[in-house]
Design a protein around this ligand. Sequence first.
Ligand code: ADP
Ligand code: MG
Length: 380
Amino acid sequence: ICPEVQEEIDEFMASFRKLDLHYRIVSKTGEGTFSSVYKAIDLRYDKYINEWDLDERTAEYYSPRSKRQRFNHTREKKVKYVAIKKIYVTSSPQRIHNELELLKDLSGSKNVVSLITAFRHLDQVIAIMPYFRHVDFRDYFRKLSIPEIQLYMRSLFTALKFVHAKEILHRDIKPTNFLYDCAKGRGVLVDFGLAEREEHDGVCPCTRVRAGAPKPQTNVAGGYPKNDQRPSKRANRAGTRGFRAPEVLFKCNRQTTKIDIWSAGVILLTFLSKRFPFFNSPDDIDAIIEMATVFGRAKMRACAALHGATFETGIPTISEKGHSLSRIVEWATSRNKNDPLTSEEKRALAFLEETLELDHRKRLSAAEALQHPFLTVINA
Ligand code: ADP
Ligand code: MG
């Protein structure tokens, strides 16, 4: 551990009353927008195994190993690691409460992180979760074979099916929130900081607004948001750039669990194109333009209309029909006639077309995705 991080850890442990009785931090494992996460040894568990270890040593007769060896052996195997998520005190109490409550409701899936417990001292709240060994996405996304990508996606969609069945939207599906262990082929979904419960009171208000709204005034100029005089529309747009679904960008007021499917599709596109991040616009208007560059004007107009919006652009590089995702992947990976897409890749692309579907109503649900041949037939 570098001295700065050690100092940060010492300060944190000293500031949080009695935390050192329960946990010993061994390293810092992550830092997100809203928290710092530390890897720690659960000392209560550690104490238990030391007692157990003593019993073991009385049975020395059965093993030629020395006491010392045996002691080290059992310690190594039995230490239980936890992740301590220190949620920044600048987060609103409501936000923190929401995250902990959803985590509590989400126990019971091996692909979704569970909450062991949580503590508060003064204004600091910490969540304790099992620690998951994982590899940094940037270190493996270019290297995975198609069967390995299938395993990754099956893990991710299994997590989503579980979360969505509880009518919860994660809202921030992206590689840093899905901890994947390449060796085991298992992933765990974390970070419910932006998650929310799905609302369902029938009609999508986007279309309701459209039906009752006055005709757009022709004398009011549309344009870039800064000088657009039309009344603005508001919607939850929490998430990460590059992973936002079209309905989030078009400010739909009734967003569904399908927004997570879109983001999972972006991850698959990242694997297949070997480009990360694939979409990267800092603001929503540019993100819509990026999307239009791939999908074309016609589909974007239809998608906008679904959410009571209009899509027009004068950018000449955006074509009417757009490009197939196969073509995009071919370009991104510099394919030519001698090096065409494999049949495995084509199967992956067929699945991708159904997850990166602009119309959220036609987009696969997590349960449907798990029935798709791409996720049921894996020749690993
Ligand atoms: P934030 O809300 O700040 O993004 P996250 O919950 O996403 O916080 O955690 C930030 C990072 O910490 C993750 O990207 C991951 O690297 C690490 N992390 C989080 N939870 C765990 C865990 N249970 N086991 C191992 N590492 C974790
Ligand atoms: Mg995160």
